[in-house]
Design a protein around this ligand. Structure first.
Ligand code: KIV
Ligand code: ZN
Length: 504
């Protein structure tokens, strides 16, 4: 008989630990609302004790998002638990999620405690959390590298203290599927009390096995999976929600398990997370990558035209990807644009729609046809706008293989034109130097990604940067058919985020 697997989404907590991916309250709410629409069972909204802003953002999710359980993470100490409770108490169904290391290396090196005192700490923390909240999850951090007998004792003690969910994380992504599946089976066989609580798994992707390990755990009796959209998360990431869900859906006989995820919402959620967290999705990413349903070889295309099932095991529409026949050009009016945007899952208010329409017209003037990807980027840019302390006005570049590249950039600040010129190790570097001179602030480029978002010589170039400014990292995104302009806009966008943050 098929079992329900509870989907615990930690995009807003473990996913948000990706450098540069920090969300503000409005962005967290937007993603949490979409996760509820996607049908996740639990949203881990954050780690409330990490900052006052995080506490506010998690509280807003707890107050405003209805449907899923809303969890807040806490270390096994009273102060963290107090703050986590303050954040989630107004949720329809709150959960406190308490964690403590269980492996000897975590106990000795990180916590400097022996096993018995760590176990007492765990019990005390669960009892304390339980005073606030009926639903308490206890995570045995680094479980996959822990001594099995000790792990069993800690789990029994946590259940005895009132834990309703026990999580067995592969914190460092060290496990391999057979072994991890076995661990889950042995725990279930060795601890009868586990039959009365939810048994959860949380896998990291350091060896690229997070999804495989989660599925092995499901086959061996786990009833909750912790995962993130696009597999984002600490270091190499977490298990990807969309991959786990589509495995269960595509191979029901093998797993005998299902989730309540509305799979048609997957693609939209993936794009939203990528846009708001500024983390691109690799093109060959399973389920949601740009190439996941693209067939390029002639043999494959021939097969697909005869019967899609020759080379497709999942229908793109089942994950919310739609094919379109209407071509959008500069002559397409508002109605056509609105229709396509609705199809793509964008719900824009009138003011946002006008901004998108204006940019659409200006890009369409320069490009013959606006492809779906162009449109998506245009919308994403308009929706992730930050107040512009400096706005882009114009630029000129002189470059060649026999000269030092020279850039001149003009920005606007409160209607005033500010122009400067600089040289650099290439035209992009020269333009970035101009920006720094005008805004009066230095940045260190930590990451730079440039891609053509459509085919053809007139493709729209999209640049994404991460820039260290002050003691934080800011992401920036920019588009233009001119790749140097796209890069310059992206760099400026990162600085505007810095200024917006400093003024907040
Ligand atoms: O990876 C991990 O162990 C965690 C815990 C806090 C669940 O993220
Ligand atoms: Zn984790």
């Amino acid at each position: 008989m098929s079992r329900k697997i509870f989907v615990f989404d930690t995009t807003l907590r473990d996913g948000e630990q990706v450098p540069g991916a920090k969300l503000n309250k409005r962005q967290k709410l937007e993603i949490a609302t979409q996760l509820a629409k996607l049908g996740v069972d639990v949203i881990e909204a954050g780690f409330p004790c990490s900052s006052p802003e995080e506490l506010q953002a998690v509280s807003a999710v707890a107050e405003q998002v209805r449907g899923p359980v809303i969890a807040g993470l806490a270390r096994a100490v009273k102060q963290d638990i107090d703050i986590a409770w303050e954040a989630v108490q107004k949720a329809e169904r709150p959960r406190l999620h308490v964690f403590l290391g269980a492996s000897d290396i975590h106990l000795q090196k990180k916590l400097r405690r022996d096993r018995e005192s760590a176990m007492e700490m765990a019990v005390e923390a669960v009892r304390y959390a339980k005073k606030y909240c009926e639903d308490v999850e206890y995570s045995t951090e680094d479980a996959s590298r822990s001594d099995f007998d000790y792990l069993c004792r800690v789990i029994e003690a946590a259940i005895g203290a009132g834990a309703t969910v026990i999580n067995v994380p592969d914190t460092v992504g060290y496990a391999i599927p057979d072994e991890y599946g076995d661990l889950i089976r042995r725990l279930r066989e060795g601890i009868p009390a586990l039959d009365h609580v939810t048994l959860s798994v949380h896998c990291h992707n350091d060896l690229g096995l997070a999804v495989a390990n989660s599925l092995a755990a499901i086959r061996n009796g786990a009833s909750q999976v912790e995962c993130t959209i696009n597999g984002i998360g600490e270091r190499a990431g977490n298990a990807s929600l969309e991959e786990i869900v589509m495995n269960l859906k595509t191979r029901p006989a093998s797993y005998q398990a299902y989730t309540d995820i509305q799979t048609q919402e997957i693609y939209r959620t993936s794009r939203m997370v990528s846009r708001l967290m500024n983390i691109p999705v690799q093109p060959n990413k399973a389920i949601v990558g740009a190439n996941a349903f693209a067939h390029s070889s002639g043999v494959h295309q021939d097969g697909i035209l005869k019967d899609r099932k020759t080379y497709e095991i999942i229908r793109p529409e089942d994950v919310g990807i739609r094919q379109h026949n209407i071509v959008l050009t500069a002559r397409s009016g508002r109605a056509a644009l609105r229709h396509r945007l609705t199809d793509l899952g964008f719900e824009l208010n009138p003011e946002q729609f006008e901004r998108v329409y204006n940019r659409f017209v200006s890009v369409a003037d320069r490009k013959k046809e606006i492809a779906t990807e162009d449109l998506r980027v245009i919308v994403e840019i308009e929706l992730t706008r930050v107040p512009e302390t400096f706005s882009f006005h114009s630029m000129q570049i002189m470059s060649g293989n026999t000269m030092t590249p020279l850039a001149s950039v003009t920005l606007l600040k409160e209607e005033q034109k500010l122009t400067d010129a600089a040289t650099g190790n290439g035209p992009v570097d020269a333009a970035f130097n101009c920006i720094e001179r005008i805004v009066g602030q230095q940045g260190k480029l930590r990451d730079y990604d440039l891609k053509a978002v459509t085919m053809g010589r007139d493709a729209l170039g999209e640049a994404m940067v991460r820039v260290e400014i002050g003691d934080s990292i800011y992401s920036g995104i920019g588009t233009s058919p001119d790749v140097i302009e796209a890069s310059t806009r992206a760099y400026l966008n990162a600085f505007n985020r810095f200024f917006a943050n400093s003024q907040a």
